[in-house]
Design a protein around this ligand. Structure first.
Ligand code: AHR
Length: 499
């Protein structure tokens, strides 16, 4: 069945902002099987000589992650980084309180840096603002970023790492507004501590960029007051405000779930307003941008407490088609908000709340893996302010929303572009006219689609390719116009080049 037509108006001069490469980041936490059995799995036939999983690294490289945030998460707020460096046989086995698991410390800061280099991603480190001191935070910057000749840089060299890691992005704590956080603080206490930590960290290395903890989600009772308060105190010492959000189809209302982009945009809009307010109030010339450094679908209710086991199976969410279509919209929102959103990290990159699952001898990719890969590989240059005229779809949560959720990019240097289109309808295909208002000399060179008839369809070990991104026939462009029929429950990506 098809519904009335849609029209997408694109003009490569109508730009929003350059797309920050750091929007295609990931998050790796010492939680469940993300680090152990995900990244580091020396007993696996897939392990290289360092114990890193080759199949996982290949999949991550295919997704072209630009940055990886580490080591947590809630784990961060009880972590002493010194336990994770130096000779492996001298590192402590510990009870890890955030996830009630057993931490062996066999993977720590230097292994993480090695891993980042292997997948060509920039490291983003967190410093502990729960049990940690501002001194320990500054010491870690010295350990990582000072070349030699000081206590902590020389310790790094003694640990076999001659060259500094030059870590540029630093999260000053994690979700410090949450009562679940080890060492949770109120906004004023946190911001004062974060400011002093950031001051010392930047004295160690003035080139670093710091990320202030914002609200853990938009339902926190302290949201958005937490953000305003923390920003007002720490403004001049911070470069980004973090935001976290986990989406879910908790009410079994797929129509509303498939309109989640509305909520994502509102969240960004509110925090953008908060940033503008604080900047004005402080009469500041300094700018702070948003870092959505935890985002993902997460609601299916797997255990999150590890019963003091090593690498327990925690939050190993199985993602289906509707989850992938929400991920695609999330990425559309990143592009549409690229003037204020500069960093984003999907939580997490493997096994835990992840679209990649390992077993000793294999790797399973869930549908949303392909949605991310398409956008991270093709959104380049500037985000475009696309005008969408699409039939409306009624939802319980958000009233009427456009059936299509769309973003686009254009790289003026290469004259190449991309259009990302989600059809949220569960039943109707949408014939869509694409109009490049300035694109007389343009062609579509490739087209892919991730689609299915059942929103709950999944990939499994037995049937791993049920839902993947498939190449589809390329619509012809004539005089800057093309028509494509977008099936229900689909994500379509078109790339353009000069004709
Ligand atoms: O990513 C899993 C957890 O979710 C993180 O540790 C925490 O920051 C968030 O609540």
């Amino acid at each position: 069945m098809s519904t009335s037509k849609a029209q997408i108006l694109i003009d490569t001069n109508r730009t929003i902002a350059p797309i920050s490469p750091l929007l295609f980041g990931g998050f790796a936490e010492h939680m469940g099987r993300c680090i152990y059995e995900g990244i580091y799995d020396p007993k696996s036939p897939q392990a290289d000589e360092r114990g890193f999983r080759k199949d996982v690294m290949e999949a991550l490289r295919d997704q072209t992650y630009t940055t990886i945030r580490y080591p947590g998460g809630n784990f961060l707020s009880g972590y002493d980084w010194l336990n994770g460096v130096g000779p492996r046989d001298q590192r402590p086995r510990q009870r890890e309180l955030a996830w009630q698991s057993l931490e062996t410390n066999q993977f720590g800061t230097n292994e993480f840096m090695e891993f980042c280099r292997s997948i060509d991603a920039a490291p983003m480190l967190g410093v502990n603002m729960g049990t940690g001191t501002i001194q320990a935070a500054a010491d870690l910057v010295e350990y990582c970023n000072v070349s030699h000749g000081t206590k902590w840089s020389d310790l790094r060299i003694k640990h076999g790492v001659q060259d500094p890691h030059n870590v540029r992005y630093w999260c000053v704590g994690n979700e410090m507004d949450g009562p679940w956080q080890i060492g949770h603080l109120d906004a004023v206490s946190y911001a004062n501590k974060a400011l002093e930590a950031a001051k010392m960290m930047k004295w160690q290395d003035p080139t670093i960029q710091t990320i202030l903890c914002g609200s853990s989600n938009d339902q926190m009772p302290t949201y958005p007051e937490w953000d305003r308060t923390a920003l007002e105190i720490a403004w001049e010492h911070m470069d980004y405000l973090s935001m976290h959000y986990y989406a879910g189809n908790r009410k079994e209302d797929t129509a509303s779930f498939l309109a989640s982009a509305v909520l994502f945009e509102r969240f960004v809009d509110s925090l953008e307003g908060t940033l503008r307010y604080v900047k004005a109030k402080r009469r500041s010339k300094h700018d702070i941008y948003l870092s959505w450094d935890e985002w993902q679908v997460w609601y299916k209710g797997d255990p999150v407490q590890g019963k003091w086991e090593e690498a327990p199976h925690l939050a190993e969410e199985i993602y289906n088609l509707e989850d992938a279509l929400v991920v695609a919209q999330w990425l559309n929102v990143f592009l549409r908000k690229s003037h204020v959103l500069k960093i984003a990290c999907v939580a997490q990159i493997v096994n835990v709340i992840s679209w990649l699952h390992t077993r000793p001898d294999g790797l399973l990719k869930h549908p949303s893996y392909y949605a991310f890969k398409l956008v991270s590989n093709h959104a380049r240059g500037d985000a475009l302010d696309v005008h969408v005229k699409a039939p409306a779809l009624e939802t319980k949560e958000y009233d009427a929303v456009p059936t299509l959720d769309v973003s686009a990019s254009y790289n003026a240097e290469t004259d190449e572009g991309a259009v990302f289109l989600v059809n949220r309808s569960q039943t109707e295909s949408v014939p869509t006219d694409l109009v490049w208002q300035d694109g007389q000399g343009l062609a579509i060179d490739k087209a892919w689609q991730l689609a299915g008839s059942d929103p709950k369809a999944v990939n499994s070990w037995e049937s791993p390719k049920q839902i993947t991104a498939k190449s589809i026939s390329v619509p012809t462009v004539e005089n800057g116009r093309a028509t494509i029929n977008l099936p229900p429950l689909s994500f379509t990506v078109l790339t353009t080049c000069p004709s």
